[in-house]
Design a binder for this molecule. Structure first.
Ligand code: DGJ
Length: 723
């Protein structure tokens, strides 16, 4: 069989089958049209090893003497006895390609197992892999793991993955690849604050815009593992899998388990190339958000649980005056929900707080020309709720006997539990309640929250995170189908559910509960590695952050929120005078530039001074290019702390068309902010600031411009106009 060769946007994927099993012979730089006979790649047989070449299989197998992590782990249960067919020997049955999608079927007839792999290389270079295992036998087969892996080239010597916690999601960590397995495990029953949105291997010192990078993302919102596996012979695989609980997937004859999709990108120009592949894929989806992303006002940090119609109508009026376009009522509106100890599951408007229902507020919001959004947390239940009293058997626990019959419950988390969506009655109840809310009220947007880990998560006494995750997906899907115009945000105690599984059924993520602009610079930078800014909520919080107690001026908070889906989470009634005018100005600036921010290419400079973050967005050159006079790029120069040197030197503005001339000017602060500007800019500003600078893209990328000396935890915004 001929190898399959998929090519797109500078990437080649070669799947060969000449050794009987499928293997990825190359994933990396585009190889052009012609391939040699791939038998030339057969490895030498090292001493003290199997007497055969060992393929690094598409599904790595111990039966081929692969020494690393196997692709499929499982066993057959025959006559009640587990452990049979523990080692399969998959051989290619068919391998076909149609356009940029390949389908490889491998089977072991003796073990009664077939694995089907779908590989698609999307137009922007993003690779999508999906493996599925089918039980062809006559007795049940227990799947313990079905991993999806990719080989990386020998010059990939460093790993970068992301970790975090509540209010500090997606921070990077790096180290060299060593022999052995580096595993990032998520046992939260949700994606997790510490989940590695991107798992990247690269050449030594790879950076934002240099070096070769091979990166993966696992599209799954439940338990999972991501890993890099370097075996003794020097080969390295990276990949991921769903982390299955005991006997969570027991395939009956004829049944199939489909593993979560692994998305992957290769770049020979650093991490920005990886981002470009992801953004291009997101933006090509038919259901990707379209049109201007509305300015949001979320009530959480403005009023918390203190719901009062008069106050909220006032807040809505104040928001509308600023130019807000979507008003989101957060937690606290439903029966019994005066604090976070009660009410989850009782998805009825609390008549004691809202005697006229939500309608008076919604009407006021709509009369101001804004959309109305509502917070919900459909997967959760409070012990202190009518629904838990009526159906204690719907509360998830580890025991075979339900809570109703004295079964044990998992430890409480934010005083709440999980509702068993695998139970069809519970699922239907939740669907009906949210569906009714959406039917009875003019709601354009749901902030869908999920505020606890799924611990000891069982259904009828057996582990069921897998089933719960699928049931939650079905709930999102069914509600979207019933209410296609309602936008949904994925929130999970801030950013604990950010992945491509949930993003297939939602329109935005809440990156973090931390609105501190300094923390947000890092959180958004690494979330934005994969997820484009139109899908990443970023809000201006109060001047003193509620989660860190740091105080930042408005410009730093606004410039930070600017590069996402912009909004506020602040009692804006208290914003008056010059500060209110400045806030209005930022909202106007966002509206003027959001089309570019939400369609452009993300650019992150490799700033030599560690106190600086320089990032921007560059307009894509559509047919005919950017018209002269149009805004071609926006950059933020962010000073995170004091620098070692007296000045940070020249700062390069990369990613521009080398032959085009640009005019660079300060968008904020401008000369009219002269007084205010001195609180941002430490010393006399550099000469070009007053009237702007003109240079071509090559000069701006290679030489850069000297920047003013900024105070730490401040930022400036630059606009580049094309000539
Ligand atoms: C956690 C979310 O991340 C917050 O934004 C807020 O919605 C609260 N939950 C409400 O309980």
């Amino acid at each position: 069989m001929q190898p399959l060769h998929l090519r797109s946007a500078g990437t080649s994927l070669v799947v060969s089958t000449h050794r009987g099993e499928a293997e990825i012979s190359h994933w990396g730089a585009d190889l052009g049209e012609t391939l040699p006979d791939l038998a030339i790649l057969n490895e030498p047989i090292p001493p003290s090893s199997a007497d055969a070449n060992v393929p690094a299989g598409l599904i790595p197998q111990a039966s081929s003497s692969w020494q690393g992590r196997p692709g499929l782990r499982g066993h057959r249960v025959t006559d009640g006895m587990p452990g049979f067919d523990f080692s399969v020997r998959l051989r290619v049955v068919s391998a076909t390609a149609d356009g940029n999608t390949a389908v490889v079927v491998q089977s072991d007839p003796d073990a009664g197992i077939t694995v089907t792999s779908h590989l698609t290389l999307h137009p922007g270079g993003l690779l999508e892999l999906r493996n599925a295992v089918t039980n062809d036998g006559t007795s049940p087969f227990q799947v313990d793991e079905l991993a999806t892996v990719l080989p990386v080239a020998p010059d990939a010597v460093e790993l970068l993955d992301l970790t975090g916690r509540w209010c500090r999601e997606r921070h990077p960590q790096r180290h060299s690849i060593q022999q052995g397995t580096w595993v990032r495990t998520g046992r939260h029953g949700r994606t997790g604050h510490d989940s590695s949105l991107l798992f990247a291997a690269g050449t030594a010192g790879f950076g934002n815009r240099h070096g070769k990078v091979w990166a993966t993302h696992l599209a799954w919102s439940g338990n999972h593992e991501q890993f890099a596996d370097r075996v003794g012979d020097g080969r390295t695989m990276i990949g991921g899998s769903e982390l299955l609980g005991p006997a969570e997937v027991l395939l009956q004859p004829g049944e199939t388990y489909t593993a979560p999709a692994l998305f992957a990108a290769y770049s020979d120009r650093g991490l920005d190339g990886i981002t470009e592949a992801f953004y291009s894929w997101f933006r090509a989806r038919p259901h990707h958000v379209a049109g201007p992303r509305p300015v949001v006002l979320n009530t959480w940090e403005a009023v918390y649980f203190d719901h009062n119609l008069e106050t909220l109508i006032e807040l809505a009026g104040s928001a509308a005056d600023l130019g807000v376009e979507r008003f989101v009522l957060d937690d606290g509106w439903f029966r019994g929900r005066r604090n976070d100890h009660a009410g989850l599951g009782d998805w009825y408007v609390d008549e004691s707080v809202w005697p006229g229902g939500l309608t008076p507020l919604i009407e006021a919001v709509i009369a101001h020309g804004m959309e109305f959004g509502l917070w919900v947390e459909p997967e959760m239940i409070s012990i202190n709720s009518d629904i838990a009293r009526a159906h204690p058997e719907w509360i998830v626990g580890p025991s075979a006997s339900s809570y109703k019959d004295g079964g044990r419950l998992p430890v409480e988390w934010r005083h709440q539990h999980v509702i068993d969506l695998v139970n069809p009655d519970a699922w239907q109840y939740v669907f009906d309640r949210i569906d009714a809310l959406l039917r009875d009220n003019k709601i354009s947007y749901l902030k869908w929250d999920q505020n606890r880990d799924l611990l000891e998560h069982g259904h009828s006494g057996r582990a069921s995170v897998h089933q719960q995750t699928l049931a939650a997906y079905r709930l999102f899907d069914a509600l979207r189908e019933a209410h296609p115009s309602v936008e949904i945000e994925s929130c999970s105690s801030g950013g604990a559910r950010v992945d491509l599984g949930i993003l297939e059924r939602t329109d935005r993520v809440w990156a973090s509960d931390c609105n501190d602009a300094l923390e947000r610079q890092t959180i958004q930078r690494w979330t934005g590695m994969v997820v484009p800014p139109e899908l990443v909520g970023g809000h201006i919080g109060p001047s003193t952050s509620h989660t860190t107690a740091r105080t930042h001026d408005l410009s730093f908070r606004a410039i930070t929120a600017f590069f996402g889906h912009f909004g506020m989470e602040w009692d804006v009634r208290s914003v008056t005078g010059a500060e209110r005018e400045e806030l209005k100005r930022f909202i106007t600036l966002y509206k003027e530039h959001r089309a570019l921010i939400h369609s452009g290419l993300a650019v992150r400079a490799d700033a030599p001074d560690e106190s600086l973050m320089v990032h921007g967005v560059v307009a894509p050159e559509h047919d005919g290019g950017i018209p002269a006079g149009a805004t071609a790029a926006l950059f933020a120069v962010v000073k995170t702390r004091t620098s070692f040197a007296e000045q940070v030197g020249r700062v390069s503005l990369p990613g521009l068309d080398p032959s085009r001339t640009y005019r660079v000017e300060l968008l904020f602060p401008t000369p009219v902010d002269a007084d205010y500007g001195h609180t941002i800019i430490e010393a006399q500003p550099v000469s070009w600031l007053a009237s702007g600078a003109e240079a071509n893209g090559r000069f701006l990328g290679e030489v850069g411009l000297p920047m003013p000396v900024l105070h730490p935890e401040h930022a400036i915004l630059l606009r580049l106009t094309a000539f």
